[in-house]
Structure formats: C-alpha cells, structure tokens
Design a protein around this ligand. Structure first.
Ligand SMILES: *Cc1c(COP(=O)(O)O)cnc(C)c1O
Length: 437
C-alpha cells in the first residue's frame, strides 16, 4: 500500500511499451510459473494507475478494501461455478446472504430477488430485461415465444442525463432510443416532463430514473415519479450504480426517499462499497419477470419453492462467485461501518468542494449533495489547463468531462482511502496546478 500511495497516480507507460516488456511473440517453450508472475508484475505495473490512492477521484471507481480483496482471492482459489444452487451450496449461501443483507441495508423490498453481474451496465440490462418481459406480458404479448417483431411498442422514458449504460441496455433489448425528458440544473428529471411523456402515449412503458448523477451526484424525485408510473402502469427502474448506497446512511437517506417503490434497481459493489471489480448487483421486485427473462425454461408460472438458481437471474450460466467479496465487506463493516463509509465519502466531497471553491478562479459547478464535485475555472481553456497540470504532477487524478456545456474537472470521492489528510493534499495539489497570477 505504501508503494501505491507514494507513486504518481496516472500510468507511467502506455500499451505498446507494456506489450514490448512482456514480449510480443508467444515463444514455443514455456516459462516457470514464478518467473511468469514476476515478469507480469514488472512489465505491467508501470502501466497501472494508482486507483487505490486516496487522491484518486477518476470516473466513478472507488478503491478496494483489503478484506474484499482477500475474499476475492478466496473466490478465485475455490474456483466454484456459482450458477447452480445444488452444486455449489457454499458460495450460493454466501451470495444469497449478501443479497438479503443488501436489501435490508438499503431498505428495499425483502421479497425482491438479487442477481450478481459484472457491473452496473449488466445490472441495468437485467432490470430492463425483466421490465420488458413484464410490460409485454401485461399487454398480452409473450416475448420469449413471439419475439419483438409485431410486439406492442414499448415506450422507454429516461432523463436527459441518464448514464450511457441505459442506452446500451435498450439497444441490447431492441427497445430503441429512449424518449428523453428534460432535467433541472442538477440533472434531475423534470416531474412535469415525465408526466407529459407518460400521458403522450399509451401501451407498455418503462421509466428509468437515476440515483446519483455522475456530474452532480443528484437523485431523481422517486416518490413523485413512482406515483406517476403506478398510475400509468409503467415499470420503474432505477440506475443507482454508486448512489443507491446513500440509502444505507441515515444522514443521506432523504436523497433516496421513495426509491423502494421502484420495480428494479441496478447498483455496483465495486464503486461506493470499495469491492474489487466484477461486482454489480441487479435487484428486481418481481422475481417471476426476472426468472422468465433469464431462465432457460420458457416460463416460470410456478416459481420453485427453493428459490431460483443464480443462472436464472442473470445473462450468464457459469460464473465466479462474485457475491462473496460483497458479503465479506458487509460483514467486516457491519451496518455502522457501511453507514460511516458512505457518510464519510459525502463529507469528504463536501469539504473538498468547500476548500477548492476558496482557491482563486475556482468555482464548483454542482450542488454537492453526495460524492461528486465538478470544478470549473473562468473558461474551458483554463479548466483544461488545470486538468493537464494536475495530470503532469501525478498527485491527484480527476476526470476531465463536459457538463452544462462546459469543460469540468470531476472529482468523484469514492475511495475508502480518502481521508481529511488526502483532501488537504488534494486541495494543495490543485492550488499548485492553478495558473500563475
Ligand atoms: C458506473 C456507472 C454505470 C456503469 O457501471 P459499470 O459498473 O461500469 O458497468 C452505470 N450508471 C452509472 C450512474 C454509473 O456511475
């Protein structure tokens, strides 16, 4: 860890250099295992970014808790196929418990079903696949049997600042482009606009809301939206890749008010909870729709008493037991620890924003309600220059992005290793990256 925290955060070398260091040709003769691992470590490490650092704020990523990493190693060493309940009861039990604990922690319906996927992109896909199944069934159409050709058109409705993962899921599912509803200056869907969009058509509808806008951190108004969805018979899905975790912290829970009324949710454990990659979670309040969409049997009129097999909840059959690191992290933190983690990330974001905004020429573009902070300078050129100097210094990694038609530097406070000292060091680094006056 010390080595990671001391090194520059961006990668020092590029793809071609790493390939050259590994060697471009596969030799005829193999190499001893230890030597392979040593060579990989040496060749690849300079091409890594230090995402474990408390000054890493790139994209929305988070780091890794040691306990989660250790559990992930167990999963690899056990090499269990987590697809079937009867075959590998050890890891299935751990994943089912992780799912139950997560529902309790977030205050989501206890009879919802949970599927473990690679990330929130897949989790959104699972939610929308269950949604497609359900709304078409309500319209008298069996999509498994009859496909989409000739099916009633599904109206997919989302906020203008939805994450691209929603568009991907819609594409995979043949739903076409979403009807986009305008958002307010925080990126929250307009409730009047949603009401209008729902009233403009008829037939099956799916509404996608967001818990955590990647630029502002803002949350849609779930209570108001869910009432509209219920009245219109629309399925309500929430993309909460990083923001769903606000529901685990009493001081932030107001942001998620009403989210429990949705039909499906997508989140990641590899972002806010600081579990290693490959840990997304799909939650569906109507398990039959999920099992009908993903089970290999055409229909689940009778849900098996013992519970569905994991492969009937997600697109994969064979997969690693990726829910185990989630269980380990929840067990290690306890409810209090999860609360402290999530509240701490938001507090650090608020402090970072407050201190950055004191620097000459710096403004914060968003209302910092959760973990996201968008820094702007007087104009785009100045903002980009600060970003470039920060990157050169290598002490802090923030993501250059565009929001409100402006260049912004986005700090996503998602890493457990960010503490008050790292916040101070970050502000110092940004000060040093400002243009000389
Ligand atoms: C990160 C993110 C996603 C995609 O999640 P992956 O884990 O990268 O697949 C979707 N929605 C939002 C809001 C995100 O922040």
């Amino acid at each position: 860890m010390g080595a990671v925290f001391g090194r520059p955060i961006p990668a020092a070398i590029g793809i071609d250099e790493v390939k050259a260091a590994i060697g471009r040709e596969l030799p005829r003769v193999g190499m001893p295992a230890e030597a392979v691992i040593e060579q990989l470590a040496e060749a690849i490490e300079p091409g890594l970014m230090a995402s474990q650092s408390g000054r890493f704020f790139g994209w929305v990523m988070g780091g890794t808790y040691p306990v989660a990493l250790a559990a992930d190693w167990l999963v690899s060493a056990w090499d269990q196929n987590a697809g079937m309940r009867d075959a590998t009861p050890g890891v299935i039990a751990a994943e089912e418990l992780a799912g139950e604990w997560l529902l309790q922690l977030l205050g989501l319906p206890g009879d919802a079903d949970v599927g473990f996927v690679t990330g929130a992109t897949s989790a959104n896909f699972v939610g929308l696949a269950a949604a497609r199944q359900h709304v078409l069934e309500q319209a008298g159409w069996d999509v498994n049997q009859d496909g989409l050709s000739g099916a009633p058109r599904i109206r997919l409705i989302a906020g203008a600042e939805r994450h691209g993962a929603i568009d991907l899921a819609a594409r995979y599912l043949g739903l076409g482009a979403a009807t986009l509803v305008p958002v307010d200056r925080h990126g929250r869907i307009s409730i009047a606009g949603l009401a209008r969009a729902l009233s403009e058509g008829s037939g099956p509808a799916i509404v996608c809301l967001q818990a955590g806008n990647i630029h502002s951190g803002a949350f849609d108004d779930f209570a108001a939206a869910s009432a509209l969805c219920r009245a219109a018979g629309a399925w309500l899905h929430i993309d909460g890749a990083f923001g769903l975790w606000a529901g685990a912290a009493p001081g932030l829970r107001h942001l998620t008010a009403g989210y429990e009324l949705a039909d499906s949710w997508a989140t990641d454990a590899h972002k806010t909870l600081n579990v290693p990659y490959d840990c997304g979670v799909a939650i569906v309040a109507r398990p039959t729709a999920m099992h009908t969409a993903f089970g290999v049997h055409a229909s689940y009129l009778l849900t098996p008493e013992a519970g569905a097999d994991p492969f009937e909840k997600v697109p994969e059959m064979s997969r690693r037991a990726r829910g185990v690191p989630l269980l380990a992290t929840l067990r290690w933190l306890g409810r209090d620890g999860v609360e402290a983690l999530v509240a701490g990330l938001a507090e650090n974001a608020a402090t970072l924003a407050a201190e950055l905004s004191e620097l000459p020429g710096v403004s914060i573009l968003n209302n910092v309600v959760f973990t996201q902070v968008c820094l702007v300078m007087a104009d785009d050129t100045a903002t980009l220059a600060v970003g470039a100097r920060l990157h050169e210094q290598g002490l802090v990694l923030a993501s250059p992005s565009r929001w409100h038609d402006r260049a912004v530097l986005r700090f996503s406070v998602s890493n457990w290793a960010t503490d008050a000292g790292e916040v101070r060091a970050t502000v110092d680094a940004v000060r040093a990256a400002l243009p000389p006056d």
